[in-house]
Design a protein around this ligand. Sequence first.
Ligand SMILES: [Fe+2]
Length: 237
Amino acid sequence: MQVRQLFDPESSSYSYLLWDADTLDAALIDPVRNMVGRDIQLIREHGLTLRYTLETHIHADHITGSGILRSAMDSIVLVHENCRAKCPDVLLKDGDLIPLGKGKINVIHTPGHTDCDISFTIPGVAFTGDTLLIRSCGRTDYQYGDAGILFDSVTGRLFKLPDDTMVYPAHDYSGRSFSTIGEEKQHNSRLASGMTRERFISIMNGLQLELPRSIHDAIPCNLRCGLADSDEAVTSH
Ligand SMILES: [Fe+2]
């Protein structure tokens, strides 16, 4: 499976284009609406057929490109079943396998940042959304977040993957592009081995972060796959 990491500088978000080099079937994880033109161009340049857009969760800091891509490329939108959105075509759950060409994308429910977070794995690679960031993790103070549950998702699910698994997160704010499970077990500032669940909960509950600037626009819009009300009536299916 080929993987291409793509960056949105405005929200420091990563999207990931995955494709089977033989069949040219593709999936795009966490597309950003402002970057859809770039993504469509890349998909066309490689001669790919975009089958799916996959959301690691309902984002609060940028607007998804999934609805526009569905209209433009006939892809389908896949989101976890807890997402409370009406627009997705497929609701995913833990253990689902999404076929892509000759390969499969594995779905792992990793809640805690929100209750609808999922991580996706292909052999040797984990796309961890905001559940596990490089040396950090997503906040747990809105969208049904829960610090204890995030701790369990990371230590009980993601840290059970082989140490050499590459970690591709949904964001990085310091110019880093990827990590590995072994590296995060050793060096993650909040979740490295030795951190207790109680201490982690206390750290997360004490963060007192400001809300993302666009949260009140982004969440309702992302529950419509990034479309305005008027767009959805025309394009959703
Ligand atoms: Fe997030």
